[in-house]
Design a protein around this ligand. Sequence first.
Ligand code: ADP
Ligand code: ZN
Length: 597
Amino acid sequence: MSSAHDILQSVFGFSTFRPPQDQIIESVVAGDDALVLMPTGGGKSLCYQIPALVREGCGVVISPLIALMQDQVSAMKLLGVRASFLNSTLSASEARAIEQALLAGELDLLYIAPERFTQPNTLKLLRQASISLFAIDEAHCVSQWGHDFRADYLQLSLLHELFPEVPRIALTATADARTREEIISRLQLEHAGQFLAGFDRPNICYRIALKHNAKNQLLKFLKDEHPTDAGIVYCLSRKKTEDIAYWLQSEGFNALPYHAGLASETRAEHQRRFLRDEGVIIVATIAFGMGIDKPDVRYVAHLDLPKTIESYYQETGRAGRDGEPADAWMIYGLQDVIKLRQMMEGSGGSEEHKRAEQHRLNAMLGLCEITTCRRQALLAYFGEGLAQPCGNCDCCLEPAQTWDGTEAARKALSVAYRTEQRFGVNHLIDVLRGAETDKIFQFDHHRLASHGIGQDLDNNQWRSVYRQLVARGYLSVDLERFGALKLEEACRPLLRGEETIQFRLDVKKKPAKRQTKTPLAADLDIALWEALRECRREFAEDQGVPPYVIFHDTSLQQMCVELPRDMNAFALVSGVGERKLEKYGPAFIRVISDHLA
Ligand code: ADP
Ligand code: ZN
């Protein structure tokens, strides 16, 4: 039996554990149960893979992500781990062969879909086999409150009763305390050690800018910062995902749409290309995401505002799972708020439900408008503190300017009030600016004392004022009346002169650029980088796996910098274990030597 640390080096090619991986592994190896909460990309898989290799018998992984099992198993096999899966994609004879391998003690890891697991035949099989541990991946699926509830997961309480001597490790990236309680009680993990890693994703740079010309802004972001990277662009509507995807294609990008209205074969094909090919952009609705395990997504761009901070954090969390710098980039404007409020209003549901949704949207708007560190605000929302501003969000990198908007806000509110709270933002701005439109005359608004009191600011500045008043909850959007702005209780202190207000100064500039380096930074030899990528692509194609399963970008970057020219030097590259050294070392060393010659 080798030690956990030997396996980390010899099989996975990594030199050190990321805490608390070491503690978790130690406890599971010792036969204790564990509950692991770690953010996406934190390194949960090693927490069961290594104990499964250290302990006697086969580790059984229960995972709802059937689409990923094939890739997970291929990745394990490339490391020399004897892995297989049992799910509905297998033929009866294929399944039988795997069951026999399990009984013969020829497997280190077996991935099983939950619906398969709970079948009597499977349980019988497992009782005959030697099992080293049970890993329950995506353990939040047991929670009936969550979006990902799986009835089959409830049956997993059986594990404790049927296999009392086998340690269980439940893993999830879902943060909140209620879900955690539910996992513990439903899976009977009262005695399990709890390992909670922080939820911060320090490699993700959060940036939120004002939307003025969405396509131009996106194009500039992609061309300047991610011309060849893989990324996800989220849009609110199905139609918009297609529009944006085809337009990006016409701009020379490898972009594909994804939404629930596409034929299932098309969806599967687009997802496959996103995972297998390099540099594909998926333009998607929120239907895309669950179980996307691609580590090298370099950015997530939002062209529309998510409804809640939870969704925003989950969606942006799909960037940078490999720990390398990645961007969460978003643009938004007043129109987004109006559209979302309309959707919520039309969604049916009880008044209470609507109020709760409204509340969560307001928190999201607050995040957009703050002028202090976004990461601090995000983590605070999830109940986690961050002592210092992060230095890796737009507010930290390029501090927003503010201005005293007290006077402007009073004018803006008073015009809404004087026009009986029946008009939308465009008309209110016309009144403020003293315009003489048909509508102004129709309603006699040129006779109002406030007609023309806002000549000092231009149209865009007034839009900005109204947007920020809505975001702060001083005004609400009346949807029965086509977006009329109504005064809310919250604006009283300001109107009474008891409060002043600071607004964010909207400047029509690009969102702050992150300062971290991308792989193609100037100090990298691009010709060598491309040659190594080509070598990786050939192996990937040959073996039918995504390129990152061969080596991550991090490993290729390290090769570019350290230029290993013999097997000993190559073995030191992160991600190069014994099996990959033997299998790929010579070819990659040849690429490097040829390049240097
Ligand atoms: P999660 O399941 O928590 O989202 P993964 O298990 O997929 O995360 O790990 C994320 C990435 O981090 C993977 O690419 C993995 O190879 C890498 N990784 C995990 N642990 C280590 C480590 N100790 N050293 C280096 N890389 C690691
Ligand atoms: Zn910050």
